[in-house]
Design a protein around this ligand. Structure first.
Ligand SMILES: Nc1ncnc2c1ncn2[C@@H]1O[C@H](COP(=O)(O)OP(=O)(O)OP(=O)(O)O)[C@@H](O)[C@H]1O
Ligand SMILES: [Mg+2]
Length: 372
């Protein structure tokens, strides 16, 4: 696991090549200030030593560092560092000061929860670029504001959305509130309608990692996942699906599509872990898997989670009805089926408390949705 302290000079090196030139030379910061009316300086740090933060980072040291970056107001003191919620990929902290709170998010060259899985460190740049690309004010209202960004430390400072409920509660409640689903479809309509800049990051290394976990490993017999550790009997149940050549073939075909460039700006991870609610407001976070691709990917993933939560397909119909862009309904259904399977028998499990019989029914539904 990474160091929990600010590293001493020269202790951890970083690769300046990981930072796109336009980002590194500060152009984006000037643009950002125009858009978001930033009240803090966010020039990139000139310090070439990577600071790795986490919840145990010394507060005075972090305060010194953030102050030298211009990320704190005058006389602003850090009072506490907290973990704001569940997350696997990155370090995400809530910084509570005497004046406000904000979120710091930092990527690592690996998946934080599974340090043995390498992951591209500049995924934080993708997240930053996604937020920058969203220009529609009605869409912006559903995302945290970016307060500052330091590519040399793979660090993003974000508005704290406060005490939200993350929508993984859908699984436990076995229900998808129709008004929340409609807002989420509306937000996706707006994301997909944003013209992506021609130089939007391809995000290929992260997509390749995701591709393995969505389209390849769940359909592989010897994938090394100890499914019985998740739920005794799951391994035996999964075998039928892992051996199904037709399913594997479809997953392979759609997986290839996932790796190809497309035309539509995608969120890339549009599922309840990226959605938060506060009263009747709905927010979307965590666009690090964003890329310019095929819209059916976001739509299918969203549909899959309505089905996982409710064990019914009504959400898929609502999504197809309320989506305003062009989408191939069969492809949406197939992506949804693949997402359901990978969430049940792949590595990225959900807080989904279901009996084996219920999971078997979901797997059957998913197969029907894929093979049509
Ligand atoms: N701007 C924010 N305001 C309030 N809470 C936030 C904010 N951003 C993130 N969080 C909280 O921190 C958690 C982790 O954040 P996030 O999903 O961005 O991290 P991650 O490491 O990329 O997660 P994952 O492993 O799911 O990809 C969220 O589930 C949420 O509870
Ligand atoms: Mg994430």
């Amino acid at each position: 696991m990474a160091s929990s302290k600010i590293s001493s000079p020269g202790h951890i090196s970083f690769s300046p090549r990981a930072v796109p030139e336009r980002v590194a030379n500060g152009d984006f910061f000037r643009g950002l200030r125009d858009i978001f009316d930033l009240n803090v300086s966010c020039e990139p740090s000139t310090d070439t030593v990577l600071i790795e933060i986490d919840v145990n980072t010394s507060r005075p040291e972090l305060q010194k560092k953030l102050r030298s970056n211009g990320w704190l107001f005058e006389e602003e003191q850090i009072k506490a560092l907290e973990v704001p919620g569940e997350g696997n990929m990155n370090v995400v902290l809530r910084v509570v000061t005497n004046k406000r709170s904000f979120i710091l998010k930092q990527s690592r060259p690996y998946v934080r929860k599974y340090p043995e899985i390498k992951a591209p460190e500049d995924r934080i740049t993708v997240e930053y670029q996604f937020y920058r690309t969203i220009r529609n004010p009605q869409a912006q209202a559903h995302f945290p504001r970016i307060l500052a960004y330091d590519p040399s430390h793979f660090l993003l400072q974000l508005e704290d959305l406060g005490d939200c409920e993350d929508l993984t509660c859908w699984y436990e409640r076995r229900a998808v509130p129709p008004e929340q689903l409609s807002i989420l479809i509306q937000i996706l309509n707006r994301i997909h309608a944003e013209p992506p800049p021609t130089d939007f990051p391809g995000n290929l290394p992260l997509r390749e990692l995701n591709h393995q976990h969505v389209f390849v490993l769940p359909f592989m017999v010897d994938n090394g996942f100890a499914l019985d550790d998740i739920q005794p009997g799951l391994e035996r149940m999964a075998a039928e699906y892992k051996k199904d050549r037709k399913l594997k073939g479809k997953a392979e075909k759609i997986g290839k599509r996932y790796l190809k460039p497309g035309k539509v700006l995608l969120h890339g991870d549009y599922f309840p872990g990226s959605w938060m609610a506060k009263g009747n407001k709905v927010f979307v976070i965590d666009p690090e898997f964003s890329f310019v691709g095929f819209p059916e990917y976001d739509l299918g993933v969203m549909a899959a989670h309505t089905i996982l939560a409710t064990s019914a397909r009504a959400g898929l119909k609502t999504i197809l009805r309320e989506y305003q862009g062009k989408a191939d309904a069969d492809l949406v259904s197939q992506v949804a089926g693949i997402e359901i399977i990978r969430r049940l028998i792949g590595l990225a499990q959900l807080p989904l408390d279901r009996s084996l019989e219920e999971k078997e029914q979901l797997l059957k539904t998913a197969r029907e949705m894929i093979l049509l």
